[in-house]
Design a protein around this ligand. Structure first.
Ligand code: NDP
Ligand code: HSE
Length: 337
């Protein structure tokens, strides 16, 4: 059977973009055998064209626009991690490209505009990797759990801060040293302020609030505190009380309405979220039918995040092959603001 070719433009070849490229080298044949689709990463945008890369030089450009101006490219993957990435994602949709992204800052900030552009242009917009890395939490909420209403959501949504807190707790490691290590491992944002001040977790909570509670809350309106002021003494005091400090994103329906926050929280060491270590994330959900659910997996890193990006890419590829792409945009998105 002839395989249908799907051409991808990859905006960014850092930790996540590199993982997206690597996963295709590892699994191209098995993906093609399962789906009948032959994916090709046709062009890749980077900032520094002088650096040696795994990608052949003729596929590289330093203009993200080259990807969505190419008539042969059908899907754009947005993993530049730039604050203005939403602008490129919108331009790509306006050029008729389907869009997959891991950039939660862009999704949380430009959500309505991105969704409106996807509907207007009849293209797909998927962002599974933007929340909790490799954990397929958004698909689970949008699909398998659609029949529920929710009371509560609680999670560890940032790998960098969880990695830092784990090493400060287990080894008494120094905050600055572990942050440096998390950056070297590729877990941290290009500017790690977003991680350590809780902004990245607030971006992810904003996306979850849309999907879980149908509530549009901008990240800036989520009460947020990070871990930059947590000291070794705070961690020792927590241990004395049989607790661990974790950066917890939480939302719950209360008598006063929907409440939400991101803040360092003392958890008894027997609490399921207290056992989530290093760059792992976890999301606890309580639905009125399913009751309690817990999702666990790697929340950051090249291949775990690429796994989520490829889940979206393959879904988009299948819809392109069926010629039914628009149905997925309408059916798959979160509630309106
Ligand atoms: P990196 O900083 O590792 O990579 C960014 C890439 O984008 C680099 O290849 C860089 O080029 C390229 N780039 C940046 N600006 C430009 C520009 N103006 N023109 C062309 N290319 C550009 O970021 P990450 O891969 O870590 O993160 C990417 C996105 O994915 C972020 O939004 C992040 O929040 C999200 N994410 C990250 C995860 C992780 O584990 N790191 C997990 C889940 C989501 P060059 O290589 O030349 O510097
Ligand atoms: N910087 C983010 C984190 C990447 O540490 O969780 C994954 O979204």
């Amino acid at each position: 059977m002839e395989r249908k070719q799907i051409k991808i433009g990859l905006m960014g070849l850092g930790t996540v973009g590199g993982g997206v490229w690597q996963l295709l080298q590892m699994n191209r044949e098995s993906i093609a055998a399962k789906t009948g689709l032959d994916f090709e990463i046709a062009k890749v945008a980077v900032r520094d064209l002088g650096r040696k890369r795994a990608v052949p030089a003729e596929r590289l450009t330093d203009r993200p626009e080259d990807l969505y101006e190419d008539p042969e490219i059908q899907v754009i993957v947005g993993v530049l991690g730039r604050p203005d990435e939403g602008r490129h994602l919108l331009a790509a949709m306006n050029a008729g490209k389907h869009v997959v992204t891991a950039n939660k800052a862009a999704v949380a900030a430009d959500y309505e505009a991105l969704r409106e552009a996807a509907e207007r242009n009849k293209v797909l917009f998927r962002y599974e990797a933007s929340v909790a890395g490799g954990i397929p939490i958004l698909h689970a909420i949008e699909q398998s759990l659609q029949g529920n209403e929710y009371q509560e959501l609680m999670g560890i949504l940032n790998g960098t801060t969880n990695y830092i807190l784990t090493h400060m707790t287990e080894e008494g490691a120094d905050y600055a040293d572990v942050l440096k290590k998390a950056q070297e491992l590729g877990f941290a944002e290009p500017d790690p302020t977003a991680d350590v001040e809780g902004i990245d977790a607030a971006n992810k909570l904003s996306i979850l609030l849309s999907l879980v509670f149908g509530a549009r809350v901008l990240p800036k309106d989520i009460p947020t505190e990070g871990i930059s002021r947590i000291s070794g003494a705070d961690i020792a005091a927590a241990k004395e009380q049989g607790c661990k400090i974790k950066l917890i994103a939480r939302a719950a329906k209360t008598d006063k309405g929907l409440e939400y926050s991101v803040r360092p929280t003392l958890l008894p060491k027997e609490h399921p979220l207290a056992g989530v270590n290093n760059e792992f994330n976890a999301v606890f959900l309580k639905g009125n039918a399913v009751d309690e659910l817990m999702f666990y997996g790697r929340g950051a890193g090249a291949l775990p995040t690429a796994s989520a990006v490829w889940g979206d890419l393959i879904e988009v590829g299948k819809e392109i092959a069926k010629g039914a792409a628009y149905d997925l945009v309408v059916a798959g998105g979160p509630a309106e603001a």
